[in-house]
Design a protein around this ligand. Structure first.
Ligand SMILES: [Zn+2]
Length: 301
């Protein structure tokens, strides 16, 4: 994705999970690799967190379950694991396991976070799992590789080299293992990160959390925008903030499937979102236009 592409804002559709046996197999295989990689990096190792157990004041498993129930995949085995690591980070595996570091819990506790901010972190991670982002990446890579393999086999057949053909087929099997580890290591695309932000906020609203916590947390991330904070592949915080603020301003509770809020509530929301931008900036003007339309009673959605 080119750095100069103009961000095209869109309300992303709800994910339609693929529950085929093949998708499940890919999820299991990628998760096994991810878990091995995560756990090998930790000297002290990881451990599951029980429901009812309080860490830094949070019942992590309870929050994860409250959120997972309102997703499009409520039935995966969602479990929290604690990683002893000071980097503030959270990682969802493809199979429903979610790892959080002591670093991110420490960070949340140190700013006196309410459960809504923890829900921001967990709902974003859940969204990656629910939307099957790693499965999609795998299938994409596989498609590309398949094309290459087919071209290779075609060339071998054309040259009447039966041995070479068999070799190609063997190579294809080996490539699957390579593909899996590529996907496990490469993580998500920036578009997938933005989708996870948006889906995560939808889940928060559905589960009864305050979605403004997502904006507050992202604003705080902007203070120290290092690539290591909250996953290395994330787009710049300013971009995430802008995307999310606009999404909330434009869709509001509709994201959760509720009705349109009263006009003064819409107005309050827009004013709040507008405060995030410098007066006169493009986003500021977009929101200003919506405020004016609201004033004229022409506001739809
Ligand atoms: Zn992410």
């Amino acid at each position: 994705m080119g750095g100069c592409a103009a961000p095209q804002y869109a309300v992303r559709p709800s994910p339609v999970p693929e529950e085929s046996a093949q998708a499940r197999q890919i999820e299991q295989a990628i998760s096994a690799l991810q878990a091995r990689e995560l756990e090998s990096r930790q000297r002290v190792g990881t451990r599951p967190v029980q429901r009812g157990e309080r860490l830094f004041g949070f019942d992590l498993q309870a929050t994860l379950e409250r959120l997972s129930r309102v997703t499009e995949r409520p039935n995966l085995p969602y479990h929290i694991f604690l990683l002893r690591n000071q980097d503030p980070n959270a990682v969802a595996l493809a199979d429903g396991r979610t790892y959080v570091t002591t670093g991110i819990l420490n960070y949340l506790a140190s700013r006196g976070s309410r459960e809504d901010e923890l829900a921001t972190v967990l709902s974003h991670e859940l969204a990656h799992t629910v939307a099957q982002h790693l499965v999609k990446r795998y299938q994409q890579l596989q498609q590309q590789q398949l094309l290459l393999t087919v071209v290779g086999i075609g060339a071998a057949v054309a040259a009447r080299q039966g041995g070479a053909q068999a070799q190609q087929m063997g190579q294809a099997a080996q490539d699957i293992a390579g593909l899996l580890s590529d996907v496990a290591a490469s993580g998500y695309s920036q578009e997938q990160e933005l989708e996870a932000d948006q889906l995560g906020v939808r889940y928060m609203i559905r589960a009864g959390y305050d979605p403004r916590a997502a904006l507050e947390l992202l604003q705080d991330f902007a203070r120290f925008d290092t690539p290591s904070l909250f996953l290395r592949t994330h787009p710049p915080t300013a971009r995430r903030l802008e995307d999310l603020a606009r999404y909330l301003a434009e869709s509001g509770p509709e994201a959760a499937g509720r009705g349109t809020p009263p006009l003064d509530e819409q107005r309050r929301r827009l004013l709040e979102a507008q405060q995030l931008y410098p007066p006169g900036s493009q986003s500021w003007k977009n929101i200003q236009r919506q405020l004016e339309e609201l004033g004229r009673g022409r506001f739809k959605k």
